[in-house]
Design a protein around this ligand. Structure first.
Ligand code: ZN
Ligand code: ZN
Length: 110
């Protein structure tokens, strides 16, 4: 059995503060509730994104902090110009191929 570092209440399953390493009861587990020495690092951390509350009238979901911007995930539909370099390279390759065929035909019938 350990005690809450803040109020001294005996707790079977103490919560360990990830910022100061202290052990606290359920009431004082959050850094603001036990005057955490590293509360600045807790403040810098994003809050859990979703918290569930099981109460009267079913489940209510409250968003906590970080909600991804849907526009950021949208595919970029940037209208790109035609890849002229690739087209030109294809045309040149076709011309070379045609010339090679002409040369072969010329040799055969010449
Ligand atoms: Zn306590
Ligand atoms: Zn703490």
């Amino acid at each position: 059995m350990s005690r809450c570092d803040h109020c001294g209440k005996e707790t079977a399953l103490p919560f360990t503060c990830q910022h100061c390493g202290g052990k606290f009861c359920e009431e004082h587990r959050l850094p603001p509730n036990h005057n955490c020495v590293n509360i600045s690092s807790w403040n810098a951390k994003p809050r859990p994104s979703v918290s569930l509350n099981y109460g009267k009238g079913g489940v209510t979901v409250t968003g906590g902090g970080f909600i991804p911007d849907p526009r950021r995930n949208a595919k970029k539909t940037r209208a790109e110009g035609l890849p002229w370099l690739k087209i030109m390279a294809g045309i040149v390759a076709l011309i070379l191929l045609g010339l090679a065929l002409l040369v072969m035909i010329g040799y055969r019938f010449g």
